[in-house]
Design a protein around this ligand. Structure first.
Ligand SMILES: C[S@@+](CC[C@H](N)C(=O)[O-])C[C@H]1O[C@@H](n2cnc3c(N)ncnc32)[C@H](O)[C@@H]1O
Length: 249
């Protein structure tokens, strides 16, 4: 799925590969202060259920170390730590304003001592080989320029026996439902972005990037290609989103 002609996609636009990260950074810098409220409004709160389903399948255990990449404001890391006494989490994201929002939440929830916040790129993680028990990436990987590179980095930083779990928007395997969902996405979400965050363009990118992301089987194949074993996926809300799991065996 990674383009190899020097170009890639930014939503429905074709852009030079070298430009994409800066454009994605621009989107998330602009939306950071409204990111959490927009997630609730756009999904009617359903993103919380999906993240809870992620934790149910992941089954965090006491003392584990989590790396949450593209972790933004920390939703996944907070959930993980609440379920795993004595666990620690590192949230890595390339957009510092998102991490700043997350750090403020950690202070409010008195979780600062179990969390580390690191600015870094999913395609070149600033961590040593075999550092973490669990790697998560939630609604992040579709924004990454070279998805294969990010998955290989996930494999590198996991300890042997470590677990990868990806939560991402996906493709609905039913044409009528996909049609209805597209109407909602393309007509409603950018307008909500304009009204709530004063930024229509960023939310237009978000819905376009969802449609560009590979389907469940294709993405599972990419996870296998990065070296993971026991690759499985579970659709959420009929395939609107999907959880992908793999192990570093
Ligand atoms: C939609 S937000 C997801 C935040 C959080 N994981 C969640 O589920 O709510 C996507 C995040 O991915 C980050 N991101 C995009 N590309 C990245 C990359 N190459 N490396 C690290 N973070 C990246 C953005 O900065 C943004 O914070």
């Amino acid at each position: 799925m990674d383009d190899n002609d020097g170009n890639t996609h930014f939503g429905f636009r074709t852009v030079p590969e070298a430009d994409k990260a800066g454009m994605v950074h621009g989107v998330f810098s602009r939306v950071a202060s409204k990111y959490d409220i927009m997630n609730d409004v756009m999904s009617g709160g359903v993103h919380r259920l999906w993240k809870d389903a992620m934790m149910d399948w992941l089954a965090p255990r006491a003392g584990q170390s989590l790396l949450d990449v593209a972790g933004g404001t920390g939703d996944v890391a907070f959930r993980f730590l609440r379920r795993a006494p004595g666990a620690v989490a590192t949230v890595c994201d390339m957009t510092e304003p998102m991490l700043v929002e997350g750090r403020a939440r950690a202070e409010a929830e008195q979780m600062t001592d179990r969390l580390t916040w690191v600015v870094g790129d999913a395609m070149a993680l600033p961590f040593a080989d075999r550092s973490f028990d669990v790697y998560t990436i939630s609604f992040g990987i579709r924004n990454v320029t070279r998805i294969g590179d990010a998955l290989r980095e996930a494999y590198r930083v996991l300890k042997p026996g470590g677990r990868l779990m990806v939560l991402e928007f996906s493709q609905i395997p039913n044409a009528a439902l996909q049609w209805a969902y597209d109407r909602y996405s393309f007509n409603v979400i950018p307008v909500m972005g304009q009204v709530i965050a004063g930024d229509r363009e960023s939310y237009q990118y978000l819905v376009e990037s969802i449609r560009k992301f590979p389907d469940q089987e294709t993405f599972a194949g990419m996870i296998r290609d990065a070296g993971f074993g026991q690759v499985r996926y579970r659709n959420l809300t009929m395939g609107v989103a999907c959880l992908h799991s793999g192990w570093k065996l």
